[in-house]
Design a protein around this ligand. Structure first.
Ligand SMILES: C[S@@+](CC[C@H](N)C(=O)[O-])C[C@H]1O[C@@H](n2cnc3c(N)ncnc32)[C@H](O)[C@@H]1O
Length: 216
């Protein structure tokens, strides 16, 4: 069974190692964050799903009103808090960043409460992607933005995608879906989003598209 029923155990187990690994392609990451900032203004309230160590939350904090990072792993969130505290000590203003161990479906999140919802490298861990997009749609204010970058296992070689999926079914890894970029776009369309930007920031072979979609 291992991680099948409790993916948070997997993320807690690898938290230190995950946190120690550097951003794979720093220049592309910086370009992406700069571009995202074009969509942000100081009045925006942002939710980051699967925030991990909170990198993106801290990196956009100066451009928005409030950022809430949520994750299932208390160990990754503890590292996120630690890094936030270190940066505050170094003089950065991060009082508008909070981290919560909770789910996207937490009832404390009211409909129409966010201007922007971000999801970086987490959507492939959800089985029912349509329910997830519907929930994000509900949480966004009118014209709100959904920013997503997702491993689309369905786009990768059939074998590697299937092996990861089997490992997830057996419980050696958290369960993953075999979504393709095309399917992702179709579900966005079906759940009431209009894609306003689609960019591949890194040119490495396994890089993913960053999609920016507006709630219709
Ligand atoms: C690959 S990491 C990405 C972390 C971060 N978004 C980033 O880009 O650095 C995936 C993250 O999603 C979190 N996660 C996995 N399933 C989740 C779920 N159902 N709800 C919230 N977070 C989840 C994991 O704990 C982990 O922090």
């Amino acid at each position: 069974m291992l991680f099948k029923k409790s993916p948070e155990k997997f993320w807690n187990l690898i938290a230190s190692k995950y946190a120690a690994s550097p951003v794979p392609d720093r220049p592309s990451y910086e370009t992406k964050i700069q571009k995202l900032k074009n969509y942000l203004t100081p009045d925006k309230v942002v939710l980051d799903i699967g925030c991990g160590t909170g990198t993106q939350c801290r990196d956009i904090a100066g451009n928005v009103k409030q950022v809430t990072g949520i994750d299932i792993s208390h160990k990754l969130l503890a590292i996120a808090e630690q890094r936030k505290a270190q940066q505050i000590e170094a003089g950065r203003q991060l009082d508008n960043v909070e981290f919560l161990q909770t789910s996207l479906f937490d009832e404390r999140f009211a409909p129409y409460s966010f201007d922007v919802v971000m999801a970086f490298y987490v959507l492939h861990f959800f089985e029912d992607i349509e329910a997830v997009f519907q929930r994000i749609h509900d949480l966004l204010k009118p014209n709100g933005l959904f920013i997503s970058e997702t491993v689309c296992l369905g786009d990768k070689s059939k074998l590697s995608g299937k092996l990861l999926r089997i490992a997830g079914h057996l419980g050696f890894l958290p369960k993953m879906n075999l979504l393709t970029t095309r399917q992702l776009e179709q579900v966005l369309d079906k759940t009431g989003f209009n894609i306003v930007d689609k960019t591949r920031f890194s040119h490495s072979s396994d890089s993913e598209f960053t999609l920016i979609a507006k709630k219709l």
